[in-house]
Write a protein that binds this ligand. Structure first.
Ligand SMILES: [Zn+2]
Length: 358
């Protein structure tokens, strides 16, 4: 991986880490032994630890980031009360819930979070405010073996926080759906049939998304399936769909890179054959604009990892809408044909009446 070879030791170490682990599949089977199995097994047990609610009452669900809220809403199908915690458009990696979130948590039966150390302040607030009968379900931690965690550019192993962006990989989102279904069926068995059929219908949609991404990706020559992004949100996607992550510009403390690092990045972008570089709508970056300007490489700054399109109630304000938008954006900017993604029907399988804080 010659790209970024000359930049700072901090980033270079991350590149090396990625080179060592980047080839592993993020969807291999569960490892029930060793440390990894313990963390994953404990997280799975915690997801399924909530008490069954009385028949005829409504399940109160809290969720963290908006993509998870949308996925849960599709499985719950209007049969549960769903309240998001992380406002859309904020930095979910540094988000700290206000004390008012405690009022939501005291009435919550289950929280669906992403895990992989994304939501520690929310977990702390939950520890003192969730009822004893409730479950805190960290979906990513429960579905992904520790051996498959990716540490890379903005999430170096030395920092101790793995890249948490599992949901941008539809193959992993499908695993989230299955676990959400199992939790809802256990806690609210009166509605088990509906949860099961919603999850099945939504999984069909996610499989269609998966197939469309594969088809559209294949219109790009392998040497063009390369991503240089500002926010480091596509590592698991890349591993599962045959893309290469050249780098991510955002440092692990979510500050801007230093002037020296920017200069080195400009040199490396000029040497590489990358056709476009991608910024994030949640993280507007003068640095990425500068790199685009000085290298003459197309600069696209509209990717999103946890801020849904439009407003709550809009047809594209959904996880499916978000994924369709991001992968059309990437593939077309790199010169590919995203018709398969454009033709996708992204209608949710159930009405989404979750509360999305803005
Ligand atoms: Zn993110």
């Amino acid at each position: 991986m010659p790209f970024l070879r000359n930049i700072s030791p901090r980033v270079a170490a991350a590149v090396l880490t990625f080179a060592l682990i980047g080839g592993c599949s993020s969807t291999s089977g569960n490892d029930a032994t060793g440390q990894g199995g313990d963390i994953q097994g404990e997280a799975l047990a915690e997801c399924l630890s909530g008490q069954t609610i009385p028949a005829g009452s409504t399940l109160n669900i809290a969720t963290t980031v908006a993509p998870i809220t949308s996925i849960v809403a599709n499985v719950a199908g209007g049969l549960a009360q769903i309240t998001g915690i992380v406002p859309e458009g904020t930095n979910s990696h540094t988000f700290e819930p206000s004390p008012s979130v405690a009022a939501t948590l005291v009435d919550t039966d289950v929280i669906f979070a992403n895990g992989l150390i994304l939501e520690e302040p929310t977990k702390e607030l939950a520890a003192t405010n969730l009822p004893k009968s409730a479950a805190l379900c960290e979906l990513g931690t429960a579905v992904l073996p520790v051996d498959d965690y990716i540490y890379d550019f903005s999430f170096p192993k030395a920092g101790g926080k793995p890249n948490p962006h599992l949901w941008t990989d539809p193959k992993l989102a499908i695993k989230y759906v299955a676990l959400i279904r199992d939790v809802l069926v256990k806690m609210d068995p009166s509605n088990a049939a509906a949860y099961t059929s919603n999850a099945a219908a939504y999984t069909v949609k996610l499989n269609e998304l998966d197939a469309a991404i594969t088809t559209a990706s294949a219109t790009l020559p392998a040497e063009d399936r390369k991503l240089l992004t500002y926010h480091d949100a596509y590592a698991y996607f890349a591993a599962d769909y045959g893309w290469q992550i050249l780098g991510a510009i955002q440092p692990s403390d979510f500050a801007e890179p230093t002037a020296r690092e920017v200069g080195d990045l400009i040199t490396q972008v000029k040497k590489s054959k990358v056709k476009a570089i991608f910024g994030s709508e949640v993280f507007p970056s003068a640095v990425l604009a500068q790199i685009g300007r000085e290298t003459g490489v197309t600069y696209v700054d509209v990717l999103r990892d946890d801020d849904l399109l439009g407003k709550p109630g809009d047809a594209n304000h959904s996880f499916l809408g978000l994924m369709q938008f991001d992968y059309i954006t990437m593939i077309e900017a790199l010169g590919g044909d995203a018709t398969a993604l454009r033709n996708l029907n992204i209608t949710d399988v159930a009405p989404d009446n979750a509360k999305y804080p803005q």
